[in-house]
Design a protein around this ligand. Structure first.
Ligand code: SIN
Length: 490
């Protein structure tokens, strides 16, 4: 029987190192709060370099046996982990809502999304093939085999506290790597719960280690992994400046990196689009997680002849969104993650208004609901000089830009250092082919706003990073290729 837990049974506040729950070496703790109310949920171990080192030591000890386990043995453990996650989807969904703020339906949805990566990589674990290279010389056999890269450090964000860590840990474990990890300081509890379930599923001691750290101590703790030559790979989801820091600081030991960084996604509505479908797609992709998603549209370009009509249709839908705490069953948007997030959204909106934009709906914090709420907002007459055009707002704000022709909008869409996701709506097949080829992003939604899937390669180009997560390609980042040349065979 698969064990089912209540929310409180899943709350762990210590580090998980070498199969044991342990406090930080310093004994320090930091508060994790509910973004809806500011109330403290738990005091989590606040780790430093000694804890990071202990995690690496455990991962190094566990590596030989885990690397040599049969792929089907590792797959069986991942399948059990998947079953436990799914069985506990309600409690995990509530935990996500509690520490991250997203409505319960979305929190539970995230659990199932994260679980889908675990199931996917459980299956992929048994399909890591190499190659026998066509013979080049008599008496010689050449082959290429894939091996786990070694210890992986996973550093994960707060916006999807379960799905992002699941899609990093699952492929690492599937191929035989061991893992040290640090979840974001705002939302460590979901990751700790996930690790608890992994242990229960049979992940051996030392194979998966997780430490918490506050904003103040995180840099010091993680630095130990960046400098330790035993850690062979870093996988990170978060901001571009932090990604660049990790690449720079880990260069001394030439680690392999996967960086899933910031985006500034364009969403283009051509005049030949089905406008109702475009509005529905935009609502789905923009307001997922209250706009706090790397693939959320940040700049919405609408062709001039349909601009006013699209703006009207969209504004009606956005004005009807229900903003409420995650515990309200009808909530569609919860609080933002913290006060800094609300401050940034407010700054982007005021800058746009000062530069001539019109607020069609929203445009203000909702202080009456709690400390971190912001009204879903539509802004018309956005222009490229505005801050919200250059930086990810990471909140529920849709700025509408006007364009006249295809060449102009492709130029504008690509005029950013970022290249994670893009979206466009058109019913013209030739245009669909042209625009899809010209958009400089790793992911393109064509007449579709919901593009994420465990079966698809997720990742960016340009300063949105490198490496791919999910899909058959998602294993490559955790493997190295070894060439074997055997002579004297004839
Ligand atoms: C992200 O925001 O980084 C991930 C979103 C997704 O997986 O769809």
């Amino acid at each position: 029987m698969i064990q089912r837990y209540e929310l409180n049974d899943l709350i762990r506040a210590d580090n998980f190192i070498d199969g044991k729950w342990v406090p930080a070496a310093s004994g320090k703790r930091f508060a994790v709060t509910d973004p809806a109310t500011g109330e403290v949920i738990a005091q989590v171990a606040d780790s430093g370099p000694a804890d990071a080192r202990a995690a690496t030591d455990a991962a190094a000890r566990a590596l030989p046996a885990w690397r040599d386990a049969l792929p089907k043995e590792r797959a069986a453990v991942l399948h059990r982990w998947h079953a436990l996650i799914v069985e506990n989807a309600d409690a995990l969904g509530r935990l996500i809502s509690l520490e991250q703020g997203k409505p319960f339906a979305e929190g539970r949805g995230e659990v199932m999304y994260g679980a889908s990566y675990v199931a996917w990589f459980a299956e992929e674990a048994t399909r890591v093939y190499g190659d026998l290279i066509p013979q080049q010389q008599r008496g010689k056999r050449m082959s290429a085999v894939k091996e786990p890269i070694g210890i992986v450090a996973a550093i994960t964000p707060w916006n999807f506290p379960l799905a992002m860590i699941a899609r990093k840990i699952a492929p690492a474990l599937a191929v035989g790597c061991t893992v040290v990890g640090k979840p974001a300081e705002d939302t460590p509890l979901t990751a700790l719960a996930l690790v608890m379930l992994a242990h229960e599923a049979g992940v051996p001691a030392g194979v998966l280690n997780l430490i918490g750290a506050s904003r103040e101590n995180a840099v010091d703790a993680v630095k130990d992994w960046l400098e330790d030559g035993r850690v062979r790979k870093i996988t990170f989801t978060g901001s571009t400046p932090v990604g660049k820091y990790l690449a720079r600081e880990s260069a001394g030991t030439l680690k392999k990196l996967s960086l899933e960084l910031g985006g500034n996604a364009p969403f283009i509505v051509f005049d030949d689009a089905d406008l109702d479908a475009a509005v529905a797609g935009l609502m789905a992709s923009k307001f997922r997680n209250g706009g706090q998603t790397c693939v959320c549209p940040n700049r919405v370009y609408v062709q001039a002849s349909v601009y006013e009509k699209f703006a009207d249709l969209l504004t009606q839908r956005v004005a009807a969104l229900k903003v409420a705490p995650a515990t309200d069953p009808d909530a569609q948007i919860g609080p933002m993650i913290n006060a800094r997030a609300v401050e940034k959204i407010g700054r982007h909106v005021s800058d746009a208004v000062q530069r001539g934009a019109r607020v069609l709906t929203g445009g203000k914090p909702l202080a009456e609901l709690g400390p971190n709420y912001y009204a879903p907002t539509v802004i018309a007459d956005a222009t490229p000089e505005m801050q919200l055009s250059c930086e990810e707002t990471f909140g529920p704000v849709v700025p509408l830009f006007r364009f006249n022709d295809e060449a102009e909008v492709i130029r504008a869409a690509n005029d950013t250092p970022f290249g994670l996701a893009s979206y466009f709506y058109s019913q013209n097949v030739r245009r669909i082919d042209r625009v899809a080829r010209r958009l400089e992003t790793g992911l393109v939604g064509i007449n579709e706003g919901a593009i994420s899937s465990e079966a698809a390669p997720f990742g960016g180009v340009k300063e949105s990073g490198y490496g791919r997560e999910g899909s058959k390609y998602g294993l490559d980042d955790y493997l190295s290729i070894k060439y074997l040349c055997q002579g004297g065979l004839e």
